[in-house]
Design a protein around this ligand. Sequence first.
Ligand code: PLP
Length: 357
Amino acid sequence: LYNFCAGPAALPTPVLQRAQEELLDYHGRGLSVMEMSHRSADFTAIAEAAEATLRELLAIPDNYRVLFLQGGASSQFAMVPYNLLGRGGTPNYLYTGIWGKKAIAEARHVAGAHIAASSEDNGLREVPRPEAIALSSDAAYLHYTDNETIGGLAFDYIPEVEVPLVCDMSSSILSAPLDVSRFGVIYAGAQKNIGPAGLTLVIVRDDLLDRARPDTPTMFNYRVMAEHGSMYNTPPTYAWYLAGLVFDWLKQDIGGLEAMDAINARKAETLYGAIDASGFYSNPIAPRNRSRMNVPFVLADDALNGDFLREAETAGLLNLKGHRSVGGMRASLYNAVPEAAVEALVDFMADFERRHG
Ligand code: PLP
């Protein structure tokens, strides 16, 4: 079976196998990782190793802190303004889709928001060009969503601005190498390319740790979490451990992010190539902004959607239904989706088109 779910997404099979082997008895301790104190030497080693491998994969500079939090990327929509507005100013946002809209709504609860550029005029099909970005004169930071998971719309550049750049990378992190030094804050819910749901990764430049508003709740405060090694309270220990196994897999089995990037490029090319070559399937996104992680597509006749999904499932191709807000289909091609899955999908699509097109 191949799982194209947008999240929680497929995990690499070798990771699940290793977790299974270690589930009841972690390294002869007679305990599951789930049952260990987060302050124990064993869990401390697991936590530190996960961070070290992540730092190596992303080449995270020393002046950045890595936080392993809870609350999902959605909590970051509020945590970002709380943590970055202590010196005043206006949050600035690029609007390119549904997740960015939610982040903007949350910033408005805290402090208001200025939309520095938007894809609304083009129906969320193209990311604003760099020259269209117009910050407010008092911008405190600029936030954008690198990859809009529902629309399948991805940035093809990193904005260059004088204020701290904040990025929601929930559905694109670890899919390719990244220049972390361009960012003030990067955050991601884990349940796509990192590990199971329940863990939220935040990478924050350390000079931004003294900008929290005084009314920032303790559990929302990056500095508090950084000073406590993300263990101010009980962290999501098992998800953290599994994320560490995923980082090991990326490093050892895949060979790092350049190798992952090449695999992801081939997967996306295969699927978009099949869509573009057919008169039956289509994808609405401007080619330069097509997401490599989430590929939405529609059939020439909506009435065939039910048949497509039923037959796909019978063929072992799971979770291809598009998000309820946009309809159609969506194939998520995160890191753990193998190239063979994409080959199987395009074969199925061609066969379906032959029979129904
Ligand atoms: N941001 C993006 C780009 C997402 O894709 C998602 C979830 O799919 C979220 C934020 C929300 O994440 P969470 O469910 O972890 O709050």
